[in-house]
Design a protein around this ligand. Structure first.
Ligand SMILES: Cc1ncc(COP(=O)(O)O)c(C=O)c1O
Length: 383
């Protein structure tokens, strides 16, 4: 199976966002968060069969899918959910925006940790809310929430906290104790929580486990909108399929109300792929995680040997958050593009001292990226 992830699949000419950005330049695309791996064979097979049928009309949620999610939450996270808590969405960012609109009023403040996936900062604004970001804190060699700073930022207008676990960027996996403290904070201040857990099945660090914050107890569950999707894990982001889990009937109604007439149903190929991935994709993902762990370990070793760069252990995701401040570059994104490596600029996530590198690619591509980074920086930095 290792060979499968080593395989270079040509994505040029497929309208891939990741690859079209640098279509005419010799720049390795290591930015937007999809991988260069083909989806699991079971997913491709299910899509083939659905396409063969040849009729693509309006579609309900497939019969077994809600049950599959319910069983999955129990099996992987020891979380008992009801099927009617599920709301299907054509994208997870859509869910973030809906959460901002479903909770509170125009002019309210939405809290978010920082650095953070950019839609956490744009969705409050797009929803007529203010956004207040609070920096994460470095504790030893991993990032943690700064709960005291978060609490200090709460005002009378604060209604909602947007949370990302595992965290993008950087891949922090929040520990049970930290989640319990966050839950306490939410309850103490009568806030709501929207927990983006899209990377939950991409835990790389042995011994760590994903804990849905809503699984901690009935009180926090009633105040939480959990967002999940198969898109990152199984590389099917282009099929647009994700879901919210909302246990509280009133909160669920508010969420459904703001979605009505605006958000379309999930397309049928998205459902088909999701059902196949969740039914038959566990073993494939185990293999993928092994491969990604190898990429991560390689990258961690190499990056930390390059003067000017620093990478903390990436606990989850295929997105490395590299501190480039030591290289003293005036425009890091431009510099690395010139070097032939197209990463996501840290400034988009709220910190210009970093670059985010997507290592969801064959090892060979990653090795070439590292080689290019080394060459460019050795020309730049005094020996
Ligand atoms: C934390 C997080 N949320 C949401 C998304 C995007 O979700 P979607 O494509 O379903 O809107 C991403 C993609 O990188 C992400 O990293």
């Amino acid at each position: 199976m290792e060979k499968e992830f080593d395989r270079q699949v040509d994505r040029k000419g497929t309208a891939s966002q990741k690859w079209e950005k640098y279509a005419d330049r010799d720049i390795l695309p290591m930015w937007v968060a999809d991988t260069d791996f083909q989806a699991p064979p079971a997913v491709i097979q299910a899509l083939h069969e659905r396409i063969e049928h040849g009729i693509f009309g309006y579609t309900n949620v497939p019969g077994q899918l809600n049950q599959l999610i319910q069983a999955r939450m129990q099996r992987l996270y020891d979380w008992q959910i009801e099927q009617d808590w599920l709301i299907w969405l054509p994208g997870l960012v859509c869910g973030l925006n809906l959460a901002c609109r479903a909770v509170g009023e125009t002019g309210d403040t939405v809290l978010s940790p920082k650095p953070i996936y950019p839609p956490f900062m744009s969705s409050p604004r797009l929803s007529g809310r203010e956004v207040c970001t609070v920096p994460l804190r470095q504790n030893g060699d991993h990032f943690v929430l700064d709960l005291a700073a978060l609490e200090a930022s709460i005002t009378g207008n604060t209604r909602l906290l947007l949370f990302c676990n595992p965290h993008n960027p950087g891949g922090a996996v929040y520990r049970r104790e930290e989640l319990e403290q966050l839950a306490e904070l939410i309850l103490k201040h009568d806030l709501y929580l929207c927990s983006d857990e899209i990377h939950c099945d991409l835990i790389l660090e042995p011994g760590l486990q994903h804990i849905p914050i809503a699984s901690l107890g009935a009180d926090i569950r009633a105040r939480t909108i959990t967002l999940m999707a198969p898109s990152k894990t199984y590389n099917i982001a282009g099929l647009g399929c994700s879901f919210a889990i909302i246990s509280d009937p009133q909160l669920r109604k508010q969420f459904i109300d703001v979605k009505k007439g605006i958000v379309p149903d999930v397309n049928l190929l998205g459902y088909t792929a999701t059902e196949a991935a969740y039914r038959d994709g566990d073993e494939w993902n185990r293999q993928q995680l092994d491969y990604l762990r190898g990429n991560r370990d390689y990258l961690h070793r190499e990056i930390n040997q390059i003067p000017g760069l620093k990478l903390l252990p990436v606990e989850a995701t295929y997105l490395a958050w590299i501190d480039v401040s030591g290289a003293k570059l005036s425009n890091p994104a431009h510099f690395f593009e010139q070097a032939g490596v197209g990463m996501s600029p840290g400034r988009d996530f709220g910190d210009n001292h970093y670059m985010r590198l997507n290592f969801g690619c064959p090892r060979e591509t990653l090795e070439e990226a590292v080689r290019r980074i080394k060459v460019a920086l050795s020309n730049e930095l005094p020996a």
